[in-house]
Design a protein around this ligand. Structure first.
Ligand code: GL2
Length: 797
């Protein structure tokens, strides 16, 4: 059987498979089955449907000797999978019917699935969208990452402050994966290197086992399926019996402890030095296992090692897997006897690197002594790579400098292409962090603007809008999102406009119900839903949003009977646990919410909500319900953004700066459908050169001065004048992210938003024009770009 001609699933066949799994896999009588049991049985029945296409795709790749893409990423933020599979297999209706015949509500069952939260934010979600597009486009590919026992932490608010608890997605059985005990590699750390007979020998001190777990990733209509292979760390020997017999019961468990620690937690990014050593071990652990695995597959097909670049394209998702370069070189020299030059050359032809940030704290570097201690052989190899790079290019850029091993430089030197993630970002990569390397390798940097999978971020999460689009322009957009531009012909049509508003109203009602059930909060669905959802970070400027909220509150209180546009300000996002200022921002938002939401004067006009523990499945509810998308980062700091794309695609115009992919979104949806404000990246840089710019900007803004004065007076902190002195000090003294300079323009632009929102046909037109204009931002387009410009691969069916 091939993937393309599988027997269609019917409600009856699915129902009987669910019942069979309930009895035989779960051991439950339907009479006593819990929600969990139903979810497991449904998942298993659906998983069965994926297996054939998966086998067929794998067979086809082997038989056709097709080049494979290997996407190496520390994060895969895949979220829930039931809905993903039913949508891609086109069996959602069938699943709803089958569950209903069994007396179960399909959507309740779906909502019972925990999110696989194996990522922090955009970078991890991008990897998940890319896996979806690779499968849809039938490009043979493997995603390689870590099977973290605990994904990103669970966020709670206690008295308005973020607290964190361990996340337990694996506490219940994870039925989507297949354990592969036979696919395991020894991964070594530490020790020393000796030279014997002209060859280097690494004598490691520690070894753990990387053991594979495979999840099939099925594409649209089940025509193709790829593999997400996640590595779990296990001890090489289960138990140290010698230690136990000596009475050292704790020491006896040491091998298990080291191993489990490696794949235990996902590190929140943007953090401090904590756990540096462990993080380096995690990176090497999954990268080494992946490289060994792809080499084994390549050699098992009877290929010659020199042919590697014709069969293998390795994409490094940020610098986290940058050790792939030296690891591949090491294996080619030490195990396959290639010369140094041939090894570097071969490795480089396989490797490409995506840069996702210009923020200095996110560009990884390791203290050289730590690095040399954990990976002594790689340390030498990097020195060798550096020497050749310096000699060949005459460049002065070193990979190891001032006692640090710089992973961005390493990834750059070892990659045949380096890409940024939006047009602006790729230019800034050339002009700033990698300007010298760009001069040495002028053809290396290119751009691939990010994208999002329309299957999850429109088709699945927004059935109301999906239905309207199908009725209006047909269904060709399901595989070719740019067809959405056909909606442009209907933008001024009154009945289309009314239906568009009805779809938005449905989504707002759905979100309001969700929030009521979850937190007991009542939302005014006739108010504008103004949404900012993303990690909490100074550069993203959630604090500018909450200061603007206070300013609006002041204005309403000054003049309560004016013609105000009611708004609900909605925030969602986590702060890295070690990032104190981001945590203060969360506290401030919650404090302001407590004050404003209890003000009888403004309560029908302004509300602030911040549901805790933002994740992918929350985004799937919030995004379709949004009226206004906040993309207000300091220009030059958001590499791309992908939430901006999801919101705009779902008919939510942006208020934003010329940053990251906002620039291209504005071009595609039309400047008249985008609320632009703020300094450009160049102006922002120039501004930072002006002495005392922030204090001057604050003093010349009566609106902002008043807000900051209220915070300083303890208006939102029960009289506590010092609760927010960190934020205030930061803004007055070194407002690097230029909140003070952009604030007035932002506030004025928000009042323009208020006015346009009251002009219902105009607003509807803008919102629908956003949907119509966003087709280019499908991750299918992005993946085609990578395939053509970087990997040299294509669809194989
Ligand atoms: C990020 C960037 O901050 C974000 O702008 C970009 O959209 C994504 C995906 O390219 O990558 N970099 C990063 O480290 N995280 C991101 O979200 N976590």
């Amino acid at each position: 059987m091939t993937a393309q001609n599988q027997t269609p699933v019917t409600a009856e066949s699915l129902q009987s498979e669910i019942t069979r799994h309930l009895k035989l896999s779960l051991g439950k009588d339907p009479k006593h089955a819990s929600l969990y049991d139903w979810r497991m049985s449904l998942s298993l029945a659906l998983r069965d449907q994926v297996v054939e296409p998966w086998f067929a795709s794998t067979r086809q790749t082997y038989e056709g000797k097709h080049k494979r893409v290997y996407y190496l990423s520390m994060e895969f933020l895949i979220g829930r999978l039931i809905e993903d599979v039913t949508i891609n297999l086109d069996v959602e209706g069938v699943a709803v019917e089958a569950m209903s015949a069994l007396g179960q509500d399909y959507y309740t069952v779906v909502a019972n699935e925990p999110d696989a939260a194996l990522g922090n934010g955009g970078l991890g979600r991008l990897a998940a969208c890319f896996m979806d597009s690779l499968a849809t486009l039938a490009i043979p590919a493997y995603g390689y990452g870590i099977r973290y026992e605990h994904g990103l932490f669970e966020q709670h608010f206690e008295n308005g402050q973020q607290t964190e608890t361990a996340e337990g997605w694996l506490a219940q059985r994870h039925v989507w994966e297949f354990e592969r005990p036979e696919v395991a590699y020894n991964i070594h750390f530490g020790g020393y290197v000796s030279d014997e007979g002209g060859k280097a020998h690494w004598h490691p001190a520690e070894t753990v086992l990387a053991s594979a777990y495979d999840t099939p990733v099925v594409g649209w209509k089940g025509k193709w399926a790829n593999t997400l292979r996640l590595w779990a760390a296990k001890p090489v020997k289960l138990f140290d019996l010698d230690s136990f017999n000596r009475g050292d019961y704790v020491g006896a468990n040491a091998p298990e402890r080291l191993a489990r620690t490696i794949s235990r937690v996902l590190y929140p990014d943007d953090t401090t030095q904590d756990g540096k050593e462990l993080r380096l071990k995690q990176e090497y652990f999954f990268t080494s296992a992946s490289i060994k695995d792809l080499l084994r597959r390549f050699l098992s097909e009877g290929n010659k090692i020199e042919d590697l670049p014709n069969h293998v394209a390795i994409q490094l998702n940020d610098t986290h897997p940058a050790i792939a370069g030296p690891e591949l070189v090491r294996l080619l020299i030490d195990k396959h006897d290639l010369s140094e030059e041939a090894a570097i050359d071969t490795a480089r032809q396989c490797l490409a690197y995506t840069n996702h940030t210009l923020l200095p704290e996110a560009l990884e570097s390791w203290p050289e002594d730590l690095f040399a201690r954990i990976l002594p052989r790689h340390h030498r190899i990097i020195q060798m790579i550096q020497e050749r790079h310096l000699q060949q290019t005459g460049s002065h850029v070193r990979i190891i400098e001032h006692g640090n091993v710089k992973m961005g430089e390493l990834a750059f030197v070892m990659a045949h292409h380096v890409n940024g993630v939006s047009a602006l970002h790729s230019e800034l990569v050339k002009e700033t962090v990698f300007s010298d390397l760009h001069a040495a390798y002028p053809d290396r940097i290119l751009n691939q603007t990010n994208g999002i999978t329309p299957r999850r971020w429109l088709y699945s999460c927004n059935p109301a809008l999906r239905g309207l689009i199908n009725d209006t322009i047909g269904t060709a957009w399901h595989t070719d999102l740019e067809q959405l531009q056909d909606l442009n012909a209907h933008l001024d049509d009154a009945s289309f406009q009314q239906a568009f508003r009805a779809a938005k109203a449905t989504n707002k009602d759905r979100m309001a119900k969700w929030l009521k059930d979850r937190n007991g909060i009542t939302l005014d669905t006739s108010a504008m839903f103004d949404i900012q959802i993303k990690r909490i970070h100074e550069y993203k400027r959630q604090h500018m949003n909450i200061l603007e909220t206070i300013a609006l509150w002041n204005e309403i209180r000054d003049n309560p009977t004016a013609n105000w546009t009611p708004r609900v300000k909605i925030f969602g996002g986590k702060a890295a646990p070690g990032y104190a200022l981001a945590k203060s921002i969360i506290h401030l938002i919650n404090d302001v919410a407590a004050t404003i939401n209890n003000d009888p004067v403004t309560k029908d006009l302004l509300q602030v909500v911040y549901p805790e523990n933002y994740n992918v499945s929350m985004a799937e509810i919030l995004i379709p319900a949004s009226d206004l998308s906040e993309q207000i980062s300091t220009a030059g700091k958001e590499a791309s953004g992908t939430g901006n794309m999801k919101l705009s695609l779902n008919g939510s115009p942006t208020i934003g700066t010329l940053d990251g992919a906002n620039v291209e979104i504005r071009e595609h949806v039309g400047a008249e459908n985008f609320f632009l404000f703020g300094l450009t990246a160049q102006e922002a840089d120039a501004k930072r050169g002006e002495h005392g710019y922030s204090r001057r900007a604050i003093e010349s803004s009566p609106v902002l001065s008043r807000v900051l004065g209220q915070i300083a007076a303890g208006v939102f902190s029960a009289g506590d004048r010092y609760r927010y002195s960190d934020i205030l000090h930061n803004l007055y003294e070194h407002d690097y992210f230029l909140l003070s300079c952009d604030f007035d323009e932002y506030f004025a632009k928000q009042r323009e938003v208020d006015a346009v929102y009251q002009d219902v046909p105009r607003w509807t037109r803008m919102a629908a024009a956003n949907t119509a204009g966003m087709g280019w931002f499908s991750s299918d387009r992005t993946i085609r770009g990578y395939a053509k410009d970087i990997w040299g691969t294509a669809s194989v069916i």
